[in-house]
Design a binder for this molecule. Structure first.
Ligand SMILES: Nc1ncnc2c1ncn2[C@@H]1O[C@H](COP(=O)(O)OP(=O)(O)OP(=O)(O)O)[C@@H](O)[C@H]1O
Length: 624
């Protein structure tokens, strides 16, 4: 509370041009505000949105390739730890220029998210007081909460950044987590610092391809944590690099690159290595007389003892469970799923519609899982069963019941699905003659095999699916109306991928299944979101598979895609009226993009953006 009133007083002073009240701000913030004021930044104005050219971003990424590789993996992990809490994680280079972001889609789509993009400059003189810029300048972790940002328009954001150092103590880059809450986020800030430390350790392992890496700590149980010192030593004992905790532990000793191991530790390099190579923990004294436990983590390129990942041990850490099988963050799908469990419990027939590849079969399997039924999930592709055999395949037949019958007879698929689920895929293709039998079966849940005498009662959950317009087929008398209504007791419409609002979750989910732990940057997701996706999620999976095959690194960014998939061509990125009005441009682009992603659906675009249909129409009328 005290902090809040302090910040309110400080902001009043800032905006009136008065002196800042003593003690109302962290000194680092007060100093930053003063610098911003000295260069005449207007705290109530709009910060410059300076973005360097993409060629420059590429050059900077290449110059920082080793750090970027490790950082993207850490960002992915951080994202999975704090996903769903409206965060963006950004990697900046030493000058505070953003190289990559990974974020929750909601944040990426917000004004703040759109201003943190590859190439955007976050140094203090451009954006006022902010964590990324200050951490770069101060060379230490910084958190800036809400109204501590110099610009009032950043007052709803909190940003936490930590520098990433090389072993010479120079800042290589910055890791930042930003979220749209003013509240303090101590855990997240700790996670960001830990991720930065993890990257620094990763760099030591990477650099030490022809040397030993030893971990050491005065307490043996800390050897696998981020507090452990790491020291890389050449095969003849010259010290190459030491991580930050290692430097702190060996403070006062001659920690100069090239010095010999023996100048730091009493045991002597030869005997220490003999003990360490046996794979055990060795207790040795450093030259200041303190005793440390030491273990070998890496020998040359052969990782004989794998570096253990230090796991964060914060309380209440949000850990995501294994990725779910089914992504359904889109409100349209969520609404469909609302009462699905109840419908499945009541054994109501479920009908799933959607274009090819939208996940109809996956949804059918989900219904089966929800129903808790112990029997089998039995899929039937109605389009693939020859017309004359359809009834026999579904309801079974006795031995020799008809000319093409199997000699041993067949129990039929409906019976195989007893106490389980019968999935009638491509249900629009059921021959008209068979539709009557199916309807009878749905009414009675009784089956009588062809050539058989006795009817048998079964207990089957029916799920049907089609990508055709069944209502239209009913109107044309190609599909029985009564069967349609019977199948359609509970309807799920799966939206095409191009109009899904959870596109980013779908991409990350598919990637997690194909190559667990592979980071996908926001820029990669934006590039994919521009495409039309006629083959929907199935097509997306293929594109991602191809990107995995052709990628040159352990991550997927916007450079990993080929150009052979059609891109939604916006006739221009904003409408004629907005082109000359910089303030309306971003909103106009957002409207036009969503309009394309919703298949040019004005009502849906208006609903999702909370605008009137007229407003949407005004911005999109020249797009067709
Ligand atoms: N919501 C989803 N989350 C994750 N993966 C999905 C989702 N929906 C579909 N997929 C994946 O997309 C692919 C196509 O899904 P599925 O076969 O269920 O589509 P379909 O609509 O039945 O296609 P078709 O009409 O061509 O038979 C599958 O690999 C599936 O795992």
């Amino acid at each position: 509370m005290q902090h809040l009133s302090g910040i309110v007083r400080a902001r009043n002073a800032l905006e009136k041009g008065d002196r800042f009240p003593v003690g109302a701000l962290q000194p680092i913030v007060a100093d930053s505000w003063q610098r911003c004021r000295d260069i005449d930044l207007d705290p109530r104005g709009t910060p410059r949105h300076s973005v360097v050219a993409f060629s420059d971003v590429k050059r900077r990424r290449e110059a920082n390739a080793a750090m970027r590789l490790l950082a993207l993996a850490e960002m992915q992990l951080l994202h999975s730890q704090i996903a769903g809490s409206n965060f963006m994680i950004a990697l900046g280079d030493a000058e505070g220029i953003v190289l990559d972001t990974i974020s929750d889609q909601h944040f990426a789509d917000s004004d703040a998210g759109r201003s943190i993009i590859p190439g955007s400059m976050w140094n203090e003189s451009e954006r006022g007081t902010n964590a990324l810029g200050l951490a770069a300048m101060a060379g230490k972790p910084v958190a800036i909460y809400g109204r501590e940002h110099y610009f009032a328009c950043h007052g709803h954001l909190s940003c936490m950044a930590a520098p990433i150092f090389n072993s010479d103590g120079e800042v290589l880059g910055l890791l930042d987590a930003s979220c749209a809450h003013e509240a303090r986020q101590e855990h997240t800030h700790a996670l960001v610092r830990m991720a930065a430390a993890q990257i620094e350790n990763g760099l030591i392992y990477q650099d030490a391809s022809k040397s030993f890496v030893f971990a050491f700590h005065p307490r043996v149980e800390y050897l696998d944590t981020l507090s452990a010192g790491l020291i890389s030593v050449s095969l003849d004992g010259a010290v190459l690099s030491v991580n930050r905790p290692g430097k702190a532990l060996l403070q006062g000793l001659p920690l100069v690159s090239g010095n010999h191991f023996d100048s730091l530790f009493e045991a002597g390099f030869g005997p220490a290595v003999d003990g360490l190579l046996k794979g055990g923990v060795v207790r040795i004294r450093d030259r200041a007389g303190s005793s440390v436990f030491m273990v070998c983590r890496q020998i040359g390129e052969r990782r004989t003892v794998l570096p253990k990942r230090s796991s964060p041990s914060l309380p209440a850490l949000v850990r995501k469970e294994d990725a779910p099988d089914f992504v359904s963050d889109d409100p349209a799908i969520k609404r469909s799923l609302n009462d699905l469990a109840e419908a499945a419990a009541l054994c109501m027939p479920v009908h799933v519609t959607g274009e090819t590849g939208t996940g109809k079969e996956l949804m059918a399997r989900h219904v089966h899982r929800l129903s808790g039924r112990k029997g089998e999930f039995v899929p039937v592709n109605c389009g693939a069963v020859p017309e004359e055999l359809f009834i026999a395949e579904i309801f079974g037949h006795e031995r020799g019941a008809f000319t093409n019958a199997r000699a041993e007879g067949s129990p039929g698929l409906a019976r195989a699905a007893d106490r389980g689920t019968l999935f009638l895929d491509e249900v629009a293709d059921i021959p008209l003659a068979a539709q009557t039998s199916l309807l009878r079966f749905l009414d009675s849940m009784e089956i009588r095999a062809i050539g058989g005498q006795k009817a048998q009662k079964v207990d089957v959950q029916i799920v049907s699916a089609t990508n055709r317009d069944l209502e239209d087929m009913v109107a044309q008398r190609l599909f029985r109306a009564d069967l349609y209504y019977r199948l359609n007791a509970f309807l799920i419409r799966l939206p095409p991928l191009r109009s899904r609002t959870d596109f980013a979750s779908v991409v990350r989910h598919l990637m997690e299944k194909m190559a667990p732990g592979t980071p996908v940057t926001d820029a990669a997701i934006s590039a994919l979101a521009q495409r039309k996706w006629p083959g929907n999620i199935r097509e997306l999976r293929t594109v991602l598979q191809r990107a995995l095959a052709r990628r040159r690194a352990e991550y997927i960014d916007e450079g990993c895609f080929d150009d052979d998939t059609p891109v939604v061509q916006l006739s221009s990125d904003c409408c004629d009226d907005c082109r000359s009005r910089p303030l309306s441009r971003a909103k106009c682009q957002e409207i036009r993009l969503l309009y394309h992603r919703t298949d040019e659906n004005i009502s849906r675009t208006a609903r999702e953006l909370g605008l009137s249909r007229t407003t949407v129409y005004k911005h999109v009328r020249d797009t067709s």
